[in-house]
Design a protein. Structure first.
Length: 264
């Protein structure tokens, strides 16, 4: 049951205020706050039967965890001996910034004595880091396996929160939509710049060309879009705004249908 409507604009402002640290910002670039993830998380919490103060705390805390994970991902994975003193300081401060954001989520939840949510987020962080270890340091057998692991990393935080608050309608498409959006962004970036943070990990483990990787990514995008569209047909009327927003983003993806026609 939808009990209220948290405004994503005000939530975004609140999250940025919580993240603000003038010293760290001199040296460390803040990660971009994902509009898609904030929208999906807000939609999930808006559709949960919770008091407003908990919804706000859960949204802000979860996004701070996301910022912490993203900040740690920005830390250069190079040998310290190859870095200048400035690069070493930036690397150390990036780690510190990630830890700082993690500490903020714990502080927010401890203020309302919500130990259960602390446990949920901590469990999600642990699982995400375990999947990252698989992705970065183990040999991945196929692109399909790579995609499965990458999807877990991108979406586990939100599916865990949805399960915790008992939201089952929106959460059914959360992982598919969020990962489709991410995969589309990475594919577009590779097409236009020849680089991709996600696919660079895959290319370190395989001799696959950019063209082959892009073709495989397009297939996964179309598969995810078809699944999300199918689930949206069963959305209840009170979630029409969520459905409309998701359909609008899907219609803007350049690969749907066109790719299927091209590949026969």
């Amino acid at each position: 049951m939808q009990t209220s409507s948290m405004d994503t604009g005000s939530l975004k402002t609140l999250i940025k205020e919580k993240m603000h640290n003038s010293y760290l910002e001199k040296y460390v670039k803040n990660p971009v706050l994902s509009e898609d993830k904030l929208f999906m998380l807000t939609s999930i919490l808006n559709n949960a039967d919770l008091p407003d103060y908990k919804k706000e705390n859960y949204i802000v805390s979860t996004m701070l965890v996301q910022m912490a994970l993203d900040t740690h991902d920005l830390v250069p994975k190079t040998d310290d001996s190859e870095q200048s003193n400035t690069e070493k300081v930036t690397k150390q401060l990036s780690v510190l910034a990630g830890d700082y954001y993690s500490g903020l989520y714990y502080l927010l939840l401890s203020e309302i004595e919500d130990i259960e949510m602390v446990h949920i987020l901590a469990t999600a962080i642990k699982e995400i880091n375990e999947y990252k270890m698989q992705l970065y340091y183990r040999e991945i057998e196929s692109f399909d396996t790579f995609i499965i692991i990458a999807k877990k990393i991108e979406t586990l935080l939100y599916t865990h929160v949805a399960e915790f608050v008992g939201e089952t309608t929106i959460s059914g498409i959360a992982a598919g939509w969020l990962f489709t959006s991410k995969l589309n962004d990475e594919t577009q970036h590779m097409l236009h710049t020849g680089t991709s943070t996600m696919f660079s990990i895959w290319h370190k483990q395989t001799s696959s060309s950019d063209a082959i990787t892009i073709r495989a990514a397009k297939k996964h995008i179309n598969k995810e879009i078809a699944s999300v569209r199918n689930r949206l047909t069963h959305f209840p009327k009170h979630l029409i705004a969520v459905k409309t927003h998701i359909l609008k983003t899907l219609n803007e993806f350049p690969f749907e249908n066109r790719t299927i026609v091209e590949e026969g």
